[in-house]
Design a protein around this ligand. Sequence first.
Ligand code: PSV
Ligand code: MN
Length: 409
Amino acid sequence: MSHTIDQAYQHLKSVLTDQGVDVDNVEARLKAQQIETPSWGYADSGTRFGVFKQAGVPRSVYEKFEDAAQANKFTGVASSVAVHIPWDTVDSWTELNKFAASLGLRVGAVNPNVFQDYDYRFGSFGSERADVRKRAVSHMKDCIAIMNAVGSKSLSLWFADGTNFPGQGDFRRRKRYFQEALSEVYAELNDTQTMLIEYKPFEPGFYHTDIADWGMSAALCTALGKRAKVLVDLGHHLPGANIEHIVAFLLDAGLLGGFHFNNRKYADDDLTTGSINPYELYLIYSELVAGENDGIASDVAYMIDESHTLKNKIEEMIQSLVALQSAYAKALIIDRGKLFQAQLADDIVGAEEVVKAAFATDVRPLLWKVRSELGVPNPADPVVGFRQSGYADAKAKERGIGGGGGLGA
Ligand code: PSV
Ligand code: MN
């Protein structure tokens, strides 16, 4: 088996080398790839109609980290875990940090929750009530204290603020409330910490949302300062949005803070990354690689934001991570010189063929090589590797059904 893959790898390597690709460089970059997984993605979740409990789902934050360690073990690229507060509140952050380190993990972005409590039903930072805005600011300050305790670099913000009917809220007044509250929180961050601001065009507000698109997020970030950046959640775009263009624009403006990977078919964010439109994911990575080559994409937080109802959660996370490894690999082997020449010559077909050729390349042997060198068990097929490990069955027996809290995202 590995002999055949090795042959396929040697063949691919020589084809790519003949095309002028620096395969060593590609492999080094693939080995350095890091994608954060979300604690809430391992917990029980559901739709607005109900939560579907699964056997073996984590009963505590510690068990969420154990599961995240599996996603990392079988892919080699997911060594940090985003936490959501208060869902993931623990007695001792030092203890959790130590536990994470013992699993080869670290605590990543801290996600405040200013959408779940009854007080926030008319908004958080956008609320007309000063006491509610103050409560939301104070929660975010507590989250920054957690960041300091665990050494986290990102405060990752998503707001459910919005309205359902014309007249319900005053757009400009709410915008100013947002600006004030964000500034107060921003002032608490130290020089190494970044505030990431998501946008979302609808849901739960169906008439308007206060941060509806990347432009609004970018405007708020620009007013705050250099350590506030836009978070692009792939699920949060209206049909037809050209996300790769948004990514390129934000990169060029120095405003791209990070990603929440997932896939939207109709709305929001809960399908597996790469499951519906792998070409789009690849085109996004093409912009990121171009940005890396130009030295402007070195500080981007790559995160997954998914929580699955029906699939096994660890398998689903592994599928997403593999899709991200694959998109990055394909983007790294694009013949950029040829593409540039075709663009200069207005050769539309020639340019598109260059882009399509890299996408059509089977990069699995390359990923096999990279994962082998990262020490991943079953480097050819991470999902199969995880299935064969027996972890899911063992945890189903140990943990039973119904332990996991968190209706996350
Ligand atoms: C809700 O849309 C959401 O999925 C946002 O994308 C957040 O990032 C996530 O929930 C966690 O709060
Ligand atoms: Mn998100």
